[in-house]
Design a protein around this ligand. Structure first.
Ligand code: ADP
Ligand code: MG
Length: 340
C-alpha cells in the first residue's frame, strides 16, 4: 500500500535513529513460525488446516487514547494486544495458532524511545510463545499509534462454543473476578480514589489480562454457550441471552470480585465497575446443571475460580437480584444506569 508518511529516508544520508519499515519488521517481528507453511517475509502467509478442523478467526484493535494511554508500558501493551485476541479464541473454545499484527507507529515515538518497539515485541512474543501462537505476518505503517491483531485458531468441526446455544435453565457461570480493570481505570481517571496498594493489586487486570484459553478449550465438553467479558458482564451476558432467545436471573452477591473491589461496595460507581465495567477478559458461559461437578473439578484442575451466578430462563429479560431477593436491576427499568 502507498504510504504518505514512510519511515525510510530515500536520500543517501541514512539516519540510523529512525528505523525503516523493513528494518522494524526484520528486527522485531520476524521470529520463526514453525506452525505455518510460510510466515513473515512474503506477500502473504500460508497456513494449513488439518482435516476435520475448522479455522476460527477474530480481530481486535487497540487505539491509543481510546483503549490505552499513550504512555502505557510497551511491554504490557504488547501482552494486552495479543491477550484480548486470545480471549476471543477462549470464548469460542478454540486453540489459538496464528496471529497477524498490523501496527501503526508515530515517527516521534520511535525517535524518542528507541526501546519502544523492542519492548512491545517482547510482550507480544512472550505471551504468543506461552500458547504456541506464531506471528505469521502483518503490516507496519507510521501514523497515530494503533495496534490491530488478527488471531486464527482451530477447533474440531462443529465444536465451537457459540453465543446462540444457551438453553433455558442453564447455570450461568463466570471465571475469575470481575471489575478490577474498570475500578483501577476509574481511579486513574480520578472518578474513584484507591489506596496505592489497591492500585497495585488491580493494575494487572487492566494492563496484562490473562486470557482463559485452557478453560475455553475444556468448556467445549460442558458449556452450551460462552462469551468473553470485554464490555462488562451485563452487556456480554446480554449478547448470549439475545442470541439464544432466553432470559436470565443472576444474584448480585454471587458475582465474584476481588477483596479490593469488595471494600468499595455498595458504591454505585463500583457496582457499575463490577457489572458493566468491561476489560475483564473472563469467560461467561452457560451449562446444563448436570455438569456442576465436572465444572467444579475443572476449576480446581486449572486453578481458576469458576462461580455460578444465576440461571437462564425461558422468559426473556435480565434481572439482577440483591442479597435480600429484591430486584437490584431489571432490564428496561434502570438498565442504562449500569452503562457508562
Ligand atoms: P507488502 O508491501 O506486500 O504489504 P510488507 O512490506 O508490508 O509487504 O510486509 C513484508 C512482510 O512482513 C509480510 O510478510 C508481512 O506480513 C510482514 N509484516 C509486516 N509488518 C509486520 C508486523 N508488524 N508483524 C509481523 N509481520 C509483519
Ligand atoms: Mg503490507
Amino acid at each position: 500500500m502507498i504510504q504518505f508518511h514512510v519511515f525510510f529516508n530515500l536520500s543517501k544520508s541514512y539516519n540510523p535513529v529512525v528505523l525503516s519499515e523493513f528494518e522494524i519488521i526484520r528486527h522485531y517481528f520476524s521470529q520463526a513460525s514453525p506452525t505455518a507453511e510460510l510466515g513473515v517475509g512474503d506477500d502473504a502467509a500460508i497456513i494449513a488446516i488439518p482435516l476435520g478442523k475448522e479455522l476460527v478467526v477474530s480481530t481486535d484493535t487497540l487505539v491509543s487514547g481510546q483503549h490505552f494511554l499513550a504512555d502505557t508500558d510497551p511491554l504490557k501493551l504488547g501482552h494486552k494486544s495479543l491477550a484480548v485476541n486470545l480471549s476471543d479464541m477462549a470464548a469460542m473454545g478454540a486453540t489459538p495458532r496464528w496471529a497477524m499484527l498490523a501496527i501503526t507507529l508515530p515517527k516521534q515515538l520511535i525517535k524518542e524511545n528507541s526501546q519502544w518497539i523492542g519492548e512491545f515485541a517482547k510482550g507480544f512474543y512472550t505471551l504468543a510463545q506461552k500458547y504456541h501462537v506464531s506471528l505469521i505476518g502483518g503490516d507496519t505503517t507510521s501514523g497515530p499509534l494503533n495496534i490491530c491483531v488478527q488471531i486464527m485458531g482451530e477447533i474440531d468441526q462443529g465444536k465451537a462454543l457459540l453465543r446462540s446455544n444457551a438453553q433455558p435453565n442453564d447455570d450461568i457461570w463466570i471465571s475469575g473476578c470481575l471489575g478490577d480493570a474498570a475500578l483501577v481505570l476509574a481511579h486513574q481517571q480520578q472518578r474513584i480514589k484507591l489506596q496505592p496498594l489497591e492500585v497495585e493489586q488491580c493494575l494487572p487486570a487492566l494492563l496484562t489480562p490473562t486470557p482463559r484459553v485452557e478453560l475455553g478449550q475444556q468448556l467445549i465438553n460442558y458449556a452450551n454457550s460462552a462469551i468473553d467479558i470485554s464490555d462488562g458482564l451485563l452487556a456480554d451476558l446480554g449478547h448470549i441471552l439475545d442470541c439464544s432467545d432466553v432470559g436470565a436471573i443472576i444474584s448480585f452477591n454471587a458475582v465474584a470480585c476481588s477483596g479490593v473491589l469488595q471494600n468499595y461496595l455498595p458504591h454505585p460507581d463500583v457496582i457499575n465497575c463490577l457489572l458493566a465495567g468491561g476489560d475483564d477478559y473472563e469467560l461467561c458461559f452457560t451449562a446444563s446443571t448436570i455438569y456442576r461437578l465436572e465444572i467444579e473439578r475443572l476449576s480446581s484442575e486449572l486453578s481458576i475460580p469458576l462461580t455460578r451466578i444465576g440461571k437462564t430462563t425461558a422468559i426473556k429479560g435480565l434481572t439482577v437480584l440483591d442479597s435480600d431477593g429484591s430486584e437490584l436491576m431489571q432490564e428496561n427499568k434502570g438498565y442504562e444506569h449500569f452503562y457508562t
